[in-house]
Design a protein around this ligand. Structure first.
Ligand code: PLZ
Length: 450
């Protein structure tokens, strides 16, 4: 193929094309093969088997071309198989694929860390480490915070998601499917109320200050501030249902942390790299975290993640205390350098904002027509609607699954989320052509019409 210099958008027709049932016969055949080989504990939102993807579409083995409103869970923000990413990875693969940075280092790892130190919030001196997954990043952030503070307790929030390893599963709020049967969980993890505007008992206006006061009171009374190493929080809860904490909540928590020697860890794994219309979601309320965890959108689909933090904290850990065989793999680092160029040159924060400006008004208009839509929220290209039983705030996960099914059948790949499974979330690639974004919205509107 001569796809080297063509973007996915030019290489693949940017169209929704449904030529079989979804999943079609070829995908169903592969699904049968999979059932005999792959453990069923690993799920798939939509078992169409992918053969190609780029721009705003995912193409399957039956020749269907789906509009991508998922980006592989907020990963392929610069487009799938982005040509600059693909070229850099190919070029690197021809030179060397691995040395292990802990054995013999290479420049691209350093360059990725320099970039992370430059673009994460705050202009203080920073250091970074690279690892393989979001969970590993969060796990390392906790290790570093405990080391630097000499304290043990970690505070997390309702509706939080931080990964599937033993520690990060413990940090994660939701039992099914993440925790059920996988205990016992790690000790010294404490969960606090989150400022969830749509579900705050006294209304969204009071939510930020009240939730912060409750959380701070509980931390003080139940744990003791001086025992807390870190507060770990997603600036917008991802798997928890794209909950934007009410204004004032995060700044109040950050301020409390600062006053009590607690490290504020922003888990920007899902929200990072231009997704929300800022490079990092923390910037929205001017928060400067002590540590930031990143992954997903950082490397266009190559497995890479990072922890970036204040130099005085990061410098404390003894040499050899952090690492891993593949952390900062050279292919992934080259991909990340290409992604950062694409984001900055392509002004993708602006693209993300534009996506939000198109989606939010249309979804709000849809909510006017359908009582089942209780809330429309999100920032930039991280947008969700929460579904409830009409006239109540009771979650409606069945309708949510049904709407997702209708979208899938019509060739739009949407994801669900939420503690109650009643949130439809939209994470289009930031490079999605506008006509596909609008067509995807039309399909969602039709799915609600029945
Ligand atoms: N922190 C905020 O969103 C990953 C999980 C999908 P990994 N979210 C997608 C699933 O069901 O496993 C995530 C996140 C936030 C951490 C993580 C973990 O990142 O790269 O999946 O380990």
């Amino acid at each position: 193929m001569t796809s080297q210099n063509l973007s996915g958008g030019e290489r693949l027709p940017q169209e929704r094309r449904v030529v079989t049932e979804i999943p079609g016969p070829r995908s169903r055949e592969l699904q049968e093969r999979r059932a005999a080989a792959v453990a069923p504990g690993v799920g798939s939102v939509l078992p169409v088997y992918v053969t190609d993807a780029g721009g705003g579409v995912v193409v399957d083995a039956d020749g269907n071309s789906l509009i991508d409103f998922g980006s592989g869970i907020a990963v392929t923000s610069v487009g799938n198989a982005n040509p600059r990413v693909a070229a850099r990875v190919k070029e690197q693969a021809d030179r060397f694929t691995h040395t292990c940075f802990m054995v013999a280092p290479y420049e691209s790892y350093v360059a990725v860390c320099e970039n992370l130190n430059r673009i994460t919030p705050g202009d203080h001196e920073k250091r970074s480490i690279l690892v393989n997954s979001g969970a590993e990043a969060v796990e390392n952030a906790v290790k570093i915070a405990r080391y630097a503070t000499g304290r043990q307790a970690v505070v997390v929030f309702d509706h939080g998601y931080h990964g599937r390893t033993l520690l990060t599963m413990t940090l994660t709020a939701k039992n099914m499917p993440y925790k059920q049967g996988f205990g016992p969980y790690a000790p010294e993890v404490y969960r606090m109320p989150l400022a969830y505007p749509f579900r705050w008992p006294t209304g969204p206006e009071n939510c930020g200050p009240e939730a912060a006061a409750q959380a701070i009171d509980q931390i003080t009374k139940q744990i003791g501030a001086s025992n807390v190493a870190a507060v770990v929080v997603e600036p917008i809860q991802g798997e928890g249902g794209f909950i934007e904490p009410a204004p004032g909540f995060l700044p109040a928590i950050a301020e409390f942390c600062r006053a009590n020697g607690i490290l504020f860890v922003a888990d920007e794994v899902q929200t990072g790299f231009a997704r929300t219309g800022d490079m990092f979601a923390c910037e929205h309320e001017g928060i400067v975290p002590d540590l930031v965890t990143t992954a997903k959108g950082i490397a266009g689909g190559l497995p890479l993640a990072g922890v970036t933090g204040r130099a005085d904290i990061m410098d404390k850990v003894h040499g050899g205390g952090l690492g891993g065989t593949y952390g900062g793999n050279p292919l992934a680092c080259e991909a990340a350098l290409a992604v950062l160029e694409e984001i900055e040159e392509g002004k993708l924060t602006e693209r993300a904002r534009r996506i939000g400006e198109i989606m939010l008004p249309r979804l709000r208009a849809l909510a006017e027509k359908h009582e089942a839509i209780g809330d429309v929220r999100g920032r930039g290209a991280m947008i969700a609607i929460e579904l409830v039983r009409p006239g109540t705030k009771d979650p409606d996960p069945e309708l949510t699954a049904e709407i997702a099914r209708r979208c899938h059948a019509a060739g739009v790949l949407v994801l669900t989320a939420g503690t109650y499974g009643n949130v439809l979330r939209f994470l289009p690639p930031l490079v999605i052509p506008e006509h596909l974004l609008i067509e995807g919205l039309e399909v969602i509107e039709e799915a609600f019409a029945g």
